[in-house]
Design a protein around this ligand. Structure first.
Ligand SMILES: NC(=O)c1ccc[n+]([C@@H]2O[C@H](COP(=O)([O-])OP(=O)(O)OC[C@H]3O[C@@H](n4cnc5c(N)ncnc54)[C@H](OP(=O)(O)O)[C@@H]3O)[C@@H](O)[C@H]2O)c1
Length: 323
C-alpha cells in the first residue's frame, strides 16, 4: 500500500515515529475481530504495510490482562525491528505481577512488570516504556531511578508518561534534571475535538519541556470516522457498546458543521480530523485504534491526505467550543 505517512521525532529525542500510530487496546478485546490472533495479525500486517511504525499498547490491555501484549508478541515475530513498540506499566494487573499494594511506580513493582511485558511481547527491549498513571504512593524520584536502571540495562530505550497533570509534567522534568536521570520524552492523555481539557495546562507543559504528545481516544472511539450521525450509526462498535452515554451527549449541530466543512473540500472527516491533530503544536503521532485491517489502511491513508492552513485549523477548532 502506498501512503504518504510522515515520520517525526517523538518530542526532543531521536526516536522517529510515524505520524499515524496504532492504538492497540482492541487486541484481545471480546466481541471484536481483533479478539483473536488471526484478527490481530491482520491489523498489524495492514499497519506495517501502510507505513505505520508506532504501536501503542499497555500491560493491562485485552479482555484479560496481558492479552494485547501476548497477541502482539506473536504477530510481530520476525518483524520486531520494523516497529517502535510502546507499552505501559502502572495500572492494576489484578495480581499477575504479585502483590503490589497499589505502588505500581515502585522499583519493586517495575522490575517485575518489565520482565512480564518483555516475555509477553517476545522481545529484549521496549522502545517507549510509559508510566500509565501516577500511583499516588511512590515518590517520582524512585520511579525515575528505576526506569533509569532499565535504560542502562538495555531493556528500555526511552520513557514516557500518561495521564499526568500539567504540574506533574513540570515536576517530573525538574526531578529528572536535578538527579541526572533520563527525561520522559512523551506524554499521553485523552484528546479529541470534543475532549479538549489538555489544552489548558497539559499541552502548554508538553510544549514548554519539548515532549512529544500522543493523544488517546483521538477519534472519540469512532465518532470522528463519520460513521455516526444524528439519525444513528452502526449497531455494534466501540462507542455504542462501551460508551453509549458519550454518544448521547454529542453536539450533532457541531458535527454537522464539521461534516459540511469536509464536504466543501471534498475530504473525509477522518482526513480532516487527522490533519487537525497533526497541526496542533506538540502532537507527534495520532494513535488511533482499529478493529479491522481495512480501518487501519483507511486511517493511514486519511492521515496523510490533507493539511489544513491556519484558517482551516482555527475553523475546525471553532466548531467544537471548549467549555
Ligand atoms: N493512556 C491511557 O490511559 C489510554 C486510555 C485509553 C486508550 N489509550 C490509547 O489510545 C488508543 C486509541 O483508543 P481507542 O481505540 O479506544 O479510541 P479511538 O482511536 O478514538 O477510536 C478507535 C475506534 O474507532 C473505530 N474506527 C477506527 N478507525 C475506523 C475507520 N477507519 N472506520 C470506522 N471505524 C473506525 C474502531 O472501533 P469500532 O470498529 O469498534 O467502531 C476503533 O476501535 C488505544 O488503543 C490506546 O493505545 C490510552
Amino acid at each position: 500500500m502506498n501512503t504518504n505517512i510522515e515520520y517525526r521525532p517523538l518530542g526532543n529525542s531521536g526516536l522517529m515515529v510515524s505520524t499515524i500510530g496504532l492504538g492497540c487496546n482492541n487486541f484481545g478485546r471480546p466481541k471484536t475481530r481483533t479478539e483473536t490472533q488471526e484478527g490481530t495479525n491482520e491489523v498489524i500486517t495492514a499497519a506495517i504495510d501502510a507505513g505505520i511504525t508506532l504501536f501503542d499498547t499497555a500491560d493491562i490491555y485485552g479482555g484479560t490482562r496481558g492479552l494485547s501484549e501476548t497477541l502482539m508478541g506473536n504477530a510481530l515475530r520476525g518483524r520486531r525491528d520494523d516497529v517502535v513498540l510502546a507499552t505501559k506499566f502502572g495500572l492494576s494487573m489484578q495480581g499477575m505481577n504479585g502483590p503490589d499494594w497499589g505502588a505500581f511506580g515502585s522499583r519493586r513493582y517495575i522490575r517485575r512488570a518489565i520482565e512480564s511485558s518483555l516475555t509477553r511481547l517476545q522481545t529484549d527491549w521496549i522502545d517507549l516504556y510509559q508510566y500509565h498513571r501516577p500511583d499516588g504512593i511512590t515518590p517520582l524520584d524512585e520511579t525515575l531511578a528505576a526506569l533509569d536502571e532499565l535504560i542502562a540495562e538495555g531493556k528500555v530505550r526511552y520513557i514516557g508518561h500518561s495521564n499526568f497533570d500539567g504540574w506533574q509534567i513540570a515536576d517530573a522534568e525538574f526531578r529528572a534534571q536535578l538527579a541526572g536521570h533520563p527525561k520522559f520524552i512523551s506524554a499521553q492523555n485523552e484528546y479529541s475535538l470534543i475532549s479538549r481539557g489538555v489544552e489548558a495546562e497539559v499541552l502548554p507543559a508538553v510544549n514548554a519541556y519539548g515532549l512529544g504528545f500522543l493523544p488517546f481516544f483521538p477519534l472519540f472511539n469512532g465518532l470522528f470516522t463519520g460513521k455516526y450521525s444524528r439519525s444513528g450509526g452502526p449497531s455494534e462498535g466501540r462507542l455504542v457498546s462501551i460508551r453509549p452515554e458519550a454518544l448521547e451527549g454529542v453536539d450533532w449541530d457541531a458535527m454537522e458543521r464539521f461534516q459540511a466543512f469536509c464536504d466543501e473540500r471534498d475530504i473525509s472527516m477522518l482526513a480532516a480530523t487527522f490533519g487537525w491533530f497533526l497541526a496542533q503544536p506538540g502532537v507527534t503521532s495520532v494513535i488511533a485504534g482499529a478493529t479491522l485491517a481495512s480501518q487501519v489502511a483507511q486511517n493511514a491513508e486519511a492521515g496523510s491526505a490533507w493539511k489544513p492552513n491556519s484558517e482551516e485549523e482555527a475553523a475546525i477548532s471553532g466548531f467544537f467550543p471548549v467549555h
